[in-house]
Design a binder for this molecule. Structure first.
Ligand SMILES: NC(=O)c1ccc[n+]([C@@H]2O[C@H](COP(=O)([O-])OP(=O)(O)OC[C@H]3O[C@@H](n4cnc5c(N)ncnc54)[C@H](OP(=O)(O)O)[C@@H]3O)[C@@H](O)[C@H]2O)c1
Length: 239
């Protein structure tokens, strides 16, 4: 089978590095994002392996047309990675930040994952990967919408995994939960265990190849995930 993938949000950070690793591994990749010049730079580097489609996932009415346009040029797709996301520290609960985060991480994410799920359900199945976050596990005083939106993504992916089973479709869903990775998204005070992008993406790609259902990246973040899960609410809400 021809190896063809779509990466939503590939202009920088994790999505860009995933594009490079997939191309190196022989994939043809359709990449998206809002910054057209960055999409063009990547296509110019690998003209035979990369197709581009500029679009903003928060314009949910355009998601379908943009996918179709990209799919027409790729011919097929077996793997779709949703890396597009936004998040800001929002100590004052600024409505602009809250709404932007919801528009991208909740409404945009839903429009994208639903389109590709239905595509795979109608074709020969496929593999969907969502980059949620370790932040999906608990709330955050500094960025409440970011953590809540990531919890939404993880929960949504679990629901679609159940749906694929009920429909008896070969649709694999991998929920990637990074801790901290050295990109523009790693914001805030006292950051630790910030992984180089290359290292994090090498582990993400391995989890994709192994069709993992959930993977913490880098591996050491499993420990924090465990602590997050067992920490009593009365303690968590005071730290
Ligand atoms: N870095 C970390 O520490 C970390 C930790 C946990 C989870 N994550 C998650 O990893 C994912 C990738 O983030 P990153 O760390 O690689 O940061 P990044 O370098 O800022 O990448 C974000 C990507 O999302 C795209 N994007 C953002 N808003 C978009 C929109 N409205 N429409 C279309 N594309 C949009 C950006 O492209 P354009 O700006 O060109 O549109 C960019 O390609 C995010 O979902 C993030 O929440 C990151």
């Amino acid at each position: 089978m021809c190896k063809t993938a779509i990466i939503i949000g590939a202009t920088s950070g994790i999505g860009k590095e995933l594009t490079l690793q997939l191309v190196k591994d022989g994939y043809k990749v359709g990449i998206t994002g809002r910054r057209l010049n960055l999409l063009q730079d990547l296509r110019n580097e690998y003209p035979r392996n990369i197709e581009i489609q500029q679009f903003d996932v928060s314009n949910i009415d355009t998601v379908s047309n943009n996918f179709e346009s990209l799919m027409n040029r790729l011919g097929e797709c077996n793997l779709c990675i949703i890396s597009a996301g936004t998040g800001d520290i929002n100590k004052t609960l600024s409505p602009e930040i809250e709404q932007k985060t919801i528009a991208t991480n909740v409404l945009g994410f839903t429009a994208v994952i639903d389109w590709i799920f239905n595509y795979f359900a109608q074709h020969n199945g496929g593999h969907i990967v969502g980059i949620s976050s370790l932040a999906s596990l608990r709330g955050s005083a500094a960025a409440p919408t970011y953590n809540a939106s990531k919890a939404y993504q993880s929960n949504y992916m679990e629901g679609l995994r159940q749906k694929a089973n009920k429909l008896n479709k070969q649709i694999y869903i991998t929920d990637i939960r990074p801790g901290l990775v050295d990109t523009a998204m790693a914001k805030g005070d006292g950051l630790f265990w910030v992984a180089p992008v290359n290292k994090a993406v090498t582990q993400i790609y391995k989890a994709i190849k192994n069709k993992k259902k959930v993977a913490y990246i880098t591996k050491r973040w499993c420990l924090i995930a465990f602590l997050f899960k067992i920490m009593p609410r009365a303690i968590y809400e005071r730290i």
